[in-house]
Write a protein that binds this ligand. Structure first.
Ligand code: AMP
Length: 630
């Protein structure tokens, strides 16, 4: 069957289509109803079916591949390498599940996981899935204020963390950040479980904090059966940034997610049981959930979890791992490739990469020179894929497992099965059907399996934010601009909202603004994303200092800039730190007081700011122009 027909079937006969995909996973009880969209925009998949993500990722492989590597952990930060077979992974997950239960965690309870890239992080995720606890993994690069807001929203019974992580050889102590976050949060967890790597000293809070190693000893022989969950139960939440400062808890189900991942492993990634998958992402992001932990394991593949940089000890490290573990499918981000592109290209030829069949890249726009460089260097197809935390798996790409199709440079591809992707006019809501007309990329309901169920504990926010942003139409907005060419290939042209994408990391400019505003020396601030050749975008801040003397004093401005950056580092984490903080006496606003972020961004990128008839005081924009062309 060609892809066009395959896709049509997924849209015209979704029940028949997805019932077939549902056979890729184990069910305890089969679903009674495939798709329930009786209450749009909420979609429920495989209703009545019971299953378990951990069973599908681990237990079911014990029969056919108990001794095959399941989790391969490599750290070039601590010089660690550990391989867990499915049997060993099963034992560790059972122990971890027993540990969590001993701390009072049960079905439906939340467990927040704030961990570096160590095996215990994956054990904790799978252990939660096993007992039906809802995990909420928070990226280890976030600092105490980001973490506190997530603790407050998730209300976790327990938090799993570690003494520290390491980046480029520099230790980052996690525990002080965690303690500060718990102090800031109005909600307090009952228990904290801590993996001690011997990287950073930890102070324990008596009665609350528990060490991983001694607790594990008590549960060495633990056998914790998988909890059979409703397909529509919640498997996890993952926080992501949007237009407002408050992060949203993207909530996912159990059965739909398992089926979506299993199908994508076959139809998109073409990863087969017994082979090795290597995703260079972090478990704190959605790619880490879907394609470090759950997807590859559900497919019976070995998965590599890598702690470290792509260029340490040298730029050959990833290819060395490909050779050593015979990686067949690899997943990374354009930014990482751009980092490698600055290194000696000989590294691409140093190792035997004959096992590798494809490199998938996602998270940000993939520029043509980068795609060409890595494609030519590796001699394998480069597959761009576009998706979001909300979708859980690719929305636009090429399903080579259905029918090989040529990729077009600059385009992530075509809509994946199950996704009704359209381009709409942002204010009239009219569908743009002619080729190359720019509009908002939207998805018509019902959304496919694996897609977010709702915003955690906030159905109203889910509907209002995602489904009511286009006038007169109830469609899901991706908040991305896009066009579709005459062959049906989509091109993504950046966000329509205040979200920026720095090195593939999604950040809300409002969150950064809130953090900068908390500095006593700052009266007002605007943060915009500015195009950057390496990171795709960087955050640039323009602030009005409380003390206007700063404006005429370069040394004072530099000092304040450094202090402001420190505040962002401490509150949100270095990922959110703006590349510059520049000081102005006025910010460009409309007469009604709205910040003209897009005009600021245009000026920073040397583009025409467009229609400025509503601007209150044009000199504000002139000041920013002058900063760039003194
Ligand atoms: P996240 O939720 O962190 O995965 O970020 C999702 C956003 O990243 C999307 O809404 C896009 O703006 C951007 N994005 C992800 N993948 C791609 C891609 N392949 N091409 C262009 N933009 C992408």
């Amino acid at each position: 069957m060609g892809y066009a027909e395959f896709y049509r079937r997924s849209i015209d006969a979704p029940d028949a289509f997805w019932v077939e995909q549902a056979r890729l996973i184990d069910w305890h009880e089969p679903p009674r109803r495939i798709c329930d969209d009786s209450r749009p925009p909420f979609t429920r998949w495989f209703v009545g079916g019971t299953t378990n993500l951990c069973h599908n990722a681990v237990d079911r492989h014990l029969r056919d591949r108990p001794d095959q590597p399941a989790l391969i952990w490599v750290s070039t930060e601590t010089d660690g390498e550990r391989v867990y077979s499915f049997r060993e992974l099963h034992a560790e997950v059972n122990r971890t599940a027993a540990m969590l239960k001993s701390l009072g965690v049960g079905k439906g309870d939340r467990v927040l996981i704030y961990m570096p890239m160590i095996p215990e992080a994956a054990f904790a995720m799978l252990a939660c899935a096993r007992i039906g606890a809802i995990h909420s993994v928070v990226f280890g690069g976030f600092a105490s204020v980001s973490l506190a807001s997530r603790i407050e929203d998730a209300e976790p019974k327990a938090i799993v963390s570690a003494d520290g992580g390491s980046r480029a050889g520099k230790v980052i102590a996690y525990k002080p950040l965690l303690d500060e976050a718990i102090r800031l949060s109005r909600y307090k967890p009952q228990a904290v479980l801590l993996a001690d790597r011997g990287l950073a000293p930890m102070e324990r809070v008596a009665g609350r904090d528990h060490d991983w190693a001694p607790l594990r000893e008590k549960h060495l022989d633990a056998q914790v059966p998988c909890e059979w969950l409703q397909s529509t139960d919640v498997s996890y939440t993952i926080y992501t940034s949007g237009t407002t400062g408050r992060p949203k808890g993207v909530q996912r189900d159990v059965g739909g997610y398992a089926v979506a991942l299993a199908a994508s492993m076959e139809l998109i990634f073409q990863g087969r049981a017994g082979e090795t998958y290597f995703s260079t992402s972090d478990i704190g992001w959605v790619v880490g959930h879907s394609y470090i932990v759950y997807g590859p394991l559900i497919a019976g593949m070995s998965t590599i979890m890598y702690e470290g940089l792509p260029i340490r000890p040298d730029a050959g490290i990833w290819w060395q791992l490909v050779e050593k573990y015979k990686v067949t499918v690899m997943f990374s981000a354009p930014t990482a490739v751009r980092v490698l592109k600055k290194q000696d290209p000989a590294f691409l030829k140093k190792y035997d990469l004959s096992s590798l069949r494809g490199l998938f890249l996602a998270g940000e726009p993939l520029d043509e020179p980068t795609a060409r460089w890595i494609g030519d260097g590796l001699g394998v197809p480069i597959v761009d894929n576009y998706w979001q935390t909300e979708s859980g798996w690719p929305i636009l790409t090429i399903a080579n497992g259905v029918e090989p199709k040529p990729a077009k440079l600059g385009s992530p591809g075509v809509p994946m099965y199950g996704y009704k992707v359209k381009i709409l006019h942002e204010s009239t809501g009219e569908e743009l059907v002619r080729p190359n007309e720019k509009g908002v990329v939207v998805i018509e309901g019902p959304t496919p399996p694996g897609f977010m169920q709702t915003v955690w504990r906030d159905d109203e926010r889910f509907v209002r934010t995602y489904w009511e942003s286009i006038p007169g139409k109830q469609v899901y907005s991706t908040f991305d601009w896009g066009i579709r060419d005459e062959d049906g290939y989509f091109y993504i042209l950046g966000r329509t909202d205040d979200v920026i994408n720095v090195a593939g990391h999604r950040l809300g400019t409002r969150e950064i603004e809130e953090s900068i505003s908390s500095h006593p020396g700052v009266a007002e601030v605007a943060v915009v994303g500015v195009a950057d050749p390496m990171k795709g975008q960087v955050a640039m801040a323009f602030a009005i200092p409380k003390d206007s003397a700063v404006l005429g004093d370069a040394a004072a401005a530099l000092k304040l800039e450094g202090d402001v950056m420190k505040v962002v580092d401490q509150q949100l984490g270095a990922v959110a730190r703006p590349s510059r903080v520049r000081f102005v006496s006025l910010l460009p606003k409309t007469r009604s007081g709205k910040l003209l972020r897009r005009a600021i961004q245009a000026v920073c990128e040397g583009r025409d700011p467009g229609d400025l008839t509503t601007i209150e005081d044009p000199s504000a924009l002139q000041q920013i122009k002058d900063l760039f062309n003194p």
